[in-house]
Design a protein around this ligand. Structure first.
Ligand code: NAI
Ligand code: X2X
Ligand code: MG
Ligand code: MG
Length: 336
């Protein structure tokens, strides 16, 4: 059983007198910065000149600098820009401004595990990885709760890396929910696998396939959307609250029977074989290489797929249906 740390294991006072530079102000960046500031930490923001987030971060009360200036001023540098851009940012703006005893931090292990960034031996290298989207890291903190995090230490130059990491996890609210001990390798491989095979790739492919199957059989697209996409949150909420057993307690016996006999026809031994291949590609660095190469040529496949997916019928149907929900403010794209 992995070791889990909670608030009582964390000493926020270790961050007193420390300047934390959050580099990037996107999904995770804005959440970490606002949460840590409200926890009493001294937080500055590092962005690039002309970033659309610069004015927003200033409006939310932060001193904003270029990444290089922020790194120079900081004791703790949390890199929260896109994984695929971190190596270049580090080389250009962070590495020249690191000082002995600084702590370099990440929210995902990609850049360290795949050797995109190799830190000098005289700094700490720590990861605090929230197991949830950045906007949820922020909203849970505002509600007095937290998103569980993972902690890993890749380098402990000061002898205090782990305790400082735990202090940071408390500052962003993660320790309220729990901080699970792991390694950079384990977080990187499990996070990439989970987001590809289950949480983002697998689930959206399943939902889209269900929607298309019903529409191609002649059913109304709106019915297909409500059945295969809208209701997914309602079912997953039950699983979130009380597990598969609790969800199955709440649905009808008819649905539960269908769950048991049809689930294995959809997710088959072939699916498990494919998942094992996905994991192997991640472990061997094949995915990382392909993603970094895709970026080196301007992301043609990534951008073409994003455009194609955005014009799928289910997006059109969903946009119209979501307008019907008076309570739903998520029609707008989240402006992070
Ligand atoms: N999105 C999520 O919910 C989660 C993300 N993570 C990790 O957090 C890190 C950040 O990811 P996201 O917040 O999703 O990124 P994002 O794409 O939402 O935001 C990236 C931010 O970095 C800024 N940026 C880009 N290039 C820059 C540069 N050269 N200099 C300064 N700023 C620059 C962008 O303007 C933007 O503000 C990644 O390592 C990711 O794997 C970890 C857990 C969950
Ligand atoms: C939100 C999260 O945990 C992900 C899917 O790993 C990510 O955004 O990288
Ligand atoms: Mg994740
Ligand atoms: Mg991820």
């Amino acid at each position: 059983m992995a070791k889990i740390f909670y608030q009582e294991d964390c000493n926020l006072s270790l961050l007193e007198g420390k300047t934390i530079a959050v580099i990037g102000y996107g999904s995770q960046g804005h959440a970490h910065a606002l949460n840590a500031k409200e926890s009493g930490c001294n937080v500055i923001i590092g962005l690039y000149e002309g970033s659309k987030s610069w004015a927003k971060a200033e409006a939310q009360g932060f001193e904003v600098y270029t990444a290089a200036e922020a790194a120079k001023k900081a004791d703790i540098i949390m890199i929260l820009i896109n994984d695929e851009k971190q190596a270049a940012l580090y080389k250009e703006s962070i590495e020249p401004n690191l000082e002995e005893g600084n702590m370099l931090m990440f929210a995902h292990g990609f850049a360290i595990h795949f050797n995109q960034i190799i830190a000098p031996k005289n700094v700490d290298v720590v990861m605090i990885a929230p197991k949830g989207p950045g906007h949820t890291v922020r909203s849970q903190y505002q509600e007095g709760k937290g998103v569980p995090c993972l902690i890993a230490v890749s380098q402990d130059a000061t002898g205090k890396a782990h305790d400082m990491g735990l202090a940071y996890a408390l500052a962003i609210g993660g320790a309220r929910a729990g901080v699970l001990q792991t390694t950079f390798r384990e977080e990187t491989e499990t996070d990439l696998f989970g987001e590809q095979a289950v949480l983002c790739g697998g689930v959206t492919a399943l939902m889209k396939c269900g929607f298309e199957t019903l529409v191609e059989a002649g059913y109304e697209p709106e019915s297909a959307y409500f059945e295969c996409i809208h209701e997914m949150k309602l079912i997953v909420d039950l699983i979130f609250e009380s597990g598969f057993e609790g969800m199955r307690y709440s649905i009808s016996n008819t649905a539960e029977y269908g769950d048991y006999i049809t689930g294995p026809k959809i997710i088959t031994d072939e699916t498990k074989k494919a998942m094992k291949q996905v994991l192997s590609d991640i472990q061997q660095g094949v995915f990382a290489r392909n993603w970094l190469l895709e970026n080196q040529v301007g992301c043609p496949n990534f951008k073409a797929t994003r455009r194609r997916e955005a014009t799928h019928q289910l997006e059109e149907v969903g946009t119209e249906l979501r307008k019907l929900y008076s309570w739903n403010d998520s029609n707008k794209l989240i402006d992070n």
